[in-house]
Ligand binder design. Sequence first.
Ligand code: 4H7
Length: 255
Amino acid sequence: MSDPLRIVILTLFPEMFSGVFSTSILGRACEQGLLDVRLMDIRPYSASKHKNTDDYPFGGGAGMVMMAQPVMDAMKAAEAVCPDARRIYLGPRGKRLDTALARELAAEKELILLCGHYEGMDQRVLDTCVDEEISIGDYILTGGEPAAMVLTDCVSRFVPGVLGSSDSPEEESFSDGLLEYPQYTRPRDLNGLSVPEVLLNGDHAKIRSWRRKESLRATLRFRPDLLEKASLTEEDRKMLREIEKEMSDSCSSES
Ligand code: 4H7
């Protein structure tokens, strides 16, 4: 079997991750040896008597800054475990995480994820110990830990075997540029709420076509911007025209 994707996470709060890598799909992937996630606590690397990891900012101002020494020494220890890793800092200035970047990271052998906390990190760590900064979106978190969880989750889905064989990451939202179609399971009748008839008849060509149309409908409704980048067939465009007609018909009948 091929080597697992090894991810070392450097953090002051390893307990924040409890459950994330032991539960559900990521838990199974770790058990199966597809993923090797290691949490590394930065604090024991502090050389100070009281194991301090933050200090006042030079020049004054609010909040604390993560000290370079403990982070640099923790990073050295992580590099001993992962000599070929891309060293990633999770922060709002970074390149935005998307499907393409996740797929690229999943093809690496090793990743080191550095989580910042407090008002940020001594810049000299970033200048010398980090290869790139990645952001999970345009909003601010209290620390990089949730961003490291999101990145690990999203990257893991592209590691071969993490999703069951029937469950391909290529079939899901965004991989073909469209949103997902609605799903239903038993019972057929939920206190009067029914399931679309087409899904119950076993006509797989019809079901495929219905799902494609509903994907297009959801995308047009919730993320029309995605349609411009999606690769659409002539059949897709025909369905979109039908959907637009259905939408304008239902609008005018309401007046
Ligand atoms: C690095 C630098 C990631 C990490 C600064 C982390 C958003 C994201 C953090 C900061 C993150 C993301 C320090 C910025 C505290 C905000 C008040 C931790 N926020 N912080 N400041 N979008 N926060 O990926």
